[in-house]
Every structure is written in C-alpha cells, then in structure tokens.
Design a protein. Structure first.
Lengths: 251, 95
C-alpha cells in the first residue's frame, strides 16, 4: 500500500507535466513569430522531459514491468490525475500565456519545496526542474506585462483569459488524502502552504500589468480524481493515437 | 499603454568565460528582455555559451561596400603588419 500511494503521487506529478507539455506543443509551427515558436517548443520539451522523469520513476515503483510510455499512452482519460488547468485549450496567445504564468508560479513554489522531499528521486527531479521553471516564469511573466500593459486589444484578451482560467486555480492548492499521507511521510509538498506566496506573485504582476484579479467563484476541481473537463479526451485521442492504433509500435 | 514595434537585434555569444563574444545571428524583439530571451532560445539551446549580448541592430554602425577600397585595400602591400618575421618557439602553446 505504501508504494501504491507513492506511485499515485508521482503519477499525478507526471500527469501535470505531460498534459501541460502536450498542450503547449500544439503551438509548434503556429506561434505568432519564429522566435516565440521556438521558445514555446523549448518550454514544452522541458515539460516533456520532466514528465518522462516522473513517469519513469512511477513505472519503476510497480511490481509488474511497465514503462513511462505505457503510462503515457495506455491509460484512459479517467486514469489521468492532472489538475484541470493543465488541459485547458491554448485559445489565443494571451490565454496560453495566462495559463502558463499561473502554472509557472505554482510550479516554482511547488518544486522549491519538493527539493526538501525525503524521497531522493523526487528531490533530484525537483532540483533539475526548478532551473527550467525559473526560466519559464521569467518568460511568461514578461509576456503578462507586455500584453496586460500593451494595447487595448492585448489588455482585453489577457483580462478575458484571466477571467476564464481563474476558476481552475484553486484546485492547485487542494490536498487529496493521498497527498496528505505523502506530506506526513515528508515525501510530498503541502500545497495549501503555497497559496499565499502564489497570491503574492500573481498580485504583483497583475498590478504592474494593470490587470484585475477575479473573485473566487464557482471554482472547479476533480482532476486529481480523474474527473476532467471535456478537453482532455480530445487531447488524448490525438496524443495516444499511434499507440492505440499500432500497439507497441517502435521507430 | 504603449505599442511597441518589433525590430531586429544582433546577438553575440561568449562561448566560455574569458573568451571573445562572437556574432551568432539576429532575433526580432520589442524590448531588451525579449531580445535576451529570444537569443537564449535560438542560439544557446545546446550549451553554446556562458553569456549573451544583444544589441539593437540600428545601434551598430557599419562600413558600406563603397568604403571597401579606402578601408581595406591599403593594407594589401604592407606585409610588415603581419607578425610572420618572428620564429615561434615550439614551447609556446596556445598561439
């Protein structure tokens, strides 16, 4: 049972990274200009690398022989336990930047704590990932400033994206029973303790970018229980197509 | 609110600490931070450098093709400007 709860914990962290990476990768060759196209693809690849580390570790915790690819490509929607914000569609460029900014701020705070995990593997993954995330948040928060304090159109689109995505932000700071157990064992991070620092990062950028913070109303949750928004299924049908159509295909 | 236009920036990379910065290419950007980040994305993805300079392209003063004769031809027959009349010690390394 002990190893099952660690498996579930690591899997959920892997799912957050994987789904975020896959969503961001949809910008490849479609970004507003060449340099940003490469920037988004690089960030997506950082997240794929992180997903791979988490999922390989999760796979190693199973008695049966499975791989990270099995976990990524052979589970159905209800078996994914990523937080809902990761799967939200890219929308326009401002909407993607808002989503990434919310996630980068969260990941930065989360990884800074995960470094202290008693689990050496998780701590090592966090140490590698925090360097990447420190760059990611620099990228996304700069865009928040440019877009929020940019033209009337960029401001309106950014504010609209904030209003749409806000409903998914409180889930990041919720704790499942399994996560509570991980905190007790000093393996996991207590997400509730990250909230005030996250608020501070968000509020500072909102203020500088002349953006407004919405009220916490009708906040959505369910990702950690495998209950997703309608967007995840479509993403998985695309991401998993090859392994579903040609099981165990290799190249 | 301000609207900024994209403009070209020249990128220089220092391959290792203490080395000369070398021209790597150019990027488009609206401000210094974006120029720096875009340069990082395009030119240092494979650990090519330890430091990046970005310079707005219109801040670079360039000689023009018409200057070629007056700038460079006079050096053509001045062999004494080359340090080729010295014997290099075999023990000297890093030259």
């Amino acid at each position: 049972m002990g190893s099952q709860s660690l498996f579930n914990y690591v899997l959920s962290l892997g799912d957050d990274a994987l789904i975020s990476a896959q969503r961001l990768s949809e910008w490849a060759y479609k970004a507003p200009y060449l340099e940003e196209d490469i920037a988004l693809s690089n960030i997506s690849l950082d997240l794929f690398g992180r997903a791979n580390l988490f999922l390989e570790y999760a796979a190693s915790l199973k008695k049966e022989v499975i791989t990270a690819d099995d976990l990524a490509f052979k589970r159905s929607e209800r078996e994914f336990t990523n937080c809902l914000i990761n799967e939200q569609p890219n929308g326009n460029f401002a909407a993607t930047m808002v989503r990434q900014f919310f996630l980068d701020a969260y990941n930065k705070l989360f990884l800074e704590q995960l470094i202290n995990s008693n689990d050496k593997q998780l701590s090592a993954i966090a140490q590698k990932s925090i360097k990447e995330t420190n760059y990611h948040i620099r990228h996304s928060s700069n865009w928040m400033l440019r877009l929020g304090d940019g033209t009337d159109v960029s401001h309106a689109k950014t504010q609209s994206a904030i209003n749409d995505l806000w409903t998914f932000t409180s889930e990041l700071f919720e704790m499942t029973e399994n996560e509570e157990e991980m905190v007790k064992k000093k393996i996991g991070v207590d997400c509730r303790e990250l909230k005030s620092n996250w608020d501070e990062i968000i509020n500072d950028i909102f203020k500088e970018a002349t953006l407004g913070r919405p009220q916490d109303e009708h906040m959505k949750t369910g990702g950690r229980q495998g209950i997703h928004t309608e967007h995840l299924g479509h993403m998985l049908s695309d991401m998993q197509y090859l392994q579903r159509a040609h099981p165990d295909a290799k190249w | 609110m301000t609207k900024k236009e994209m403009s070209p920036w020249e990128v220089f990379i220092q391959p290792k600490t203490g080395a000369h910065f070398q021209h790597a290419g150019c990027v488009h950007a609206v401000d210094k931070e974006m120029a720096l980040q875009n340069a990082r994305e395009l030119y240092t993805r494979r650990q090519e450098g330890t430091c990046i300079w970005v310079v707005k392209a219109d801040h670079i003063v360039s000689s023009s093709p018409e200057d070629e004769d007056s700038f460079f031809d006079p050096a053509n027959d001045k062999a004494y400007r080359y340090p080729t009349f010295f014997k290099v010690s075999k023990k000297a390394k890093g030259l």
